[in-house]
Design a protein around this ligand. Structure first.
Ligand SMILES: *Cc1c(COP(=O)(O)O)cnc(C)c1O
Length: 387
């Protein structure tokens, strides 16, 4: 029996959507289907539509159903990485000569993809401050973009921009409005409900949640975009593998409890940093001093596990990131373990010298779900070492 989760709450969907027990054996967790090809009962007479794994795989399909349920969407597509999904989406909606308008602090890899890969196909990239709606209106009216690319909260400054307002601005010129929902996850924010056309994810981060899988997703209610993205997934082939899909599905089942704890721990650390005079500035939307706090309260159901802060000098910032013991110095984010990152030389090295450059005094934390007292003590000790 298929679980119909449509009337259920978030975590019921996360655990049951697309995860029907195996009809043959009753295995509660559907087995991973690794087969690259499926037997046909006569030419073209397929079992449940399965033929060749690039076109469709039961384990990937289960994840796609699960993802669509969580974002409140009709269609979801799983890719080999976040950028592979973004690439398939952009190929689906752009033609040479088109323009993309994106935030001036989007994920560096997204900017690089748009500028250096799509730039070769004569696609233009215009960046704008997404929290300044007048500036966005002006830029959109002037450039008539085919795509308006939104990332909220943004990285590393955790700027919050209004999805509903940006969706209206984008729609006014017929742009496809895309929200990168990697930081918030569908547990905290569902952009399609605020009028966005498409949601993308790096599932490598919170959805996978354990720093052991690379994956991406494109999610939409738009039938035409879905047809195109599905075609690109099949025809260009950057599909997620069955094992990766299974790991991601497993991660998603605990998304809500993990993100609750990420948020509690991050808020505690943000308060501690904000109360410390050695810290120049803290960027966390859960602080009532954050310029996006009120909007975040309206648009999100929590503030997530990512935060950044500024120290007085680059030397202090670099010493801090090399002085923690529970926080591991590493790129990426969204796993159960806490990570510390020096954006200007690590995650944001690819945007050095562009308008997306991050100052060398900024430290970014991906706050994990370890015991909060250990995280607080670790941050305090690293601050003492640095300043
Ligand atoms: C990591 C990340 C991506 C890219 O995803 P990959 O899985 O690394 O390809 C895109 N957007 C955001 C916000 C990210 O953090």
């Amino acid at each position: 029996m298929a679980h119909d989760t449509s009337g259920h709450g978030f975590s019921t969907k996360a655990i049951h959507a697309g995860q029907t027990p195996d009809p043959l054996t009753g295995a509660v967790v559907p087995p991973i289907v690794l087969a690259s090809t499926h037997m046909q009962d006569g030419v073209g007479n397929l079992r449940s539509g399965y033929e060749y794994a690039r076109g469709g795989n039961p384990t990937r399909d289960g994840l796609q159903v699960q993802l669509a349920a969580l974002e409140g969407a009709d269609h979801a597509f799983a890719f080999a990485s976040g950028l592979a999904g973004e690439d398939a989406l952009l190929r689906s909606v752009l033609v040479p000569g088109d323009t993309i308008v994106m935030g001036n602090d989007v994920y560096g890899g997204t900017h690089r993809l748009a500028k250096r890969i799509f730039g070769r196909w004569n696609v233009s990239v215009v960046t704008v401050e997404m929290t300044d709606l007048d500036a966005v209106k002006k830029t959109v009216a002037e450039h008539k973009p085919k795509v308006l690319w939104v990332e909220t909260p943004s990285n590393p400054f955790m700027k919050v921009s209004s999805i509903a307002d940006l969706a209206a601005i984008g729609s006014s010129v017929g742009a496809t409005v895309v929200v990168d929902n990697t930081f918030a996850t569908p547990y905290l924010q569902r952009p399609l409900e605020w009028g966005a056309d498409v949601v993308v994810h790096s599932m490598t981060k919170y959805l996978g949640g354990h720093s052991d899988v690379l994956g991406g997703a494109v999610v939409t209610n738009d039938k035409e975009i879905a047809e195109q993205v599905g075609f690109h997934q099949f025809a260009a082939g950057a599909v997620m593998s069955p094992f990766e899909a299974w790991l991601t599905t497993r991660g998603i089942k605990t998304l809500a409890v993990r993100v609750d704890r990420h948020g509690e721990n991050a808020l505690a650390i943000a308060h501690m940093l904000a109360d410390d005079s050695r810290v120049a500035e803290v960027f966390y939307p859960g602080l009532d001093t954050h310029p996006g706090h009120e909007l975040a309260k309206k648009q999100m159901s929590g503030f997530g596990g990512m935060l950044s802060f500024r120290l007085a000098t680059a030397a202090q910032a670099k010493t801090f990131v090399e002085s923690t013991s529970v926080f591991t110095l590493a790129e990426s984010l969204g796993g159960v373990e806490s990570l510390v990152n020096y954006p200007c030389e690590m995650t944001h090295a690819s945007v050095r010298g562009t308008e997306l450059e991050v100052p060398d005094t900024i430290v970014r934390l991906s706050v994990g779900i370890e015991s909060v007292e250990d995280l607080l003590a670790d941050v305090a000790a690293a601050l003492n070492a640095a300043v």
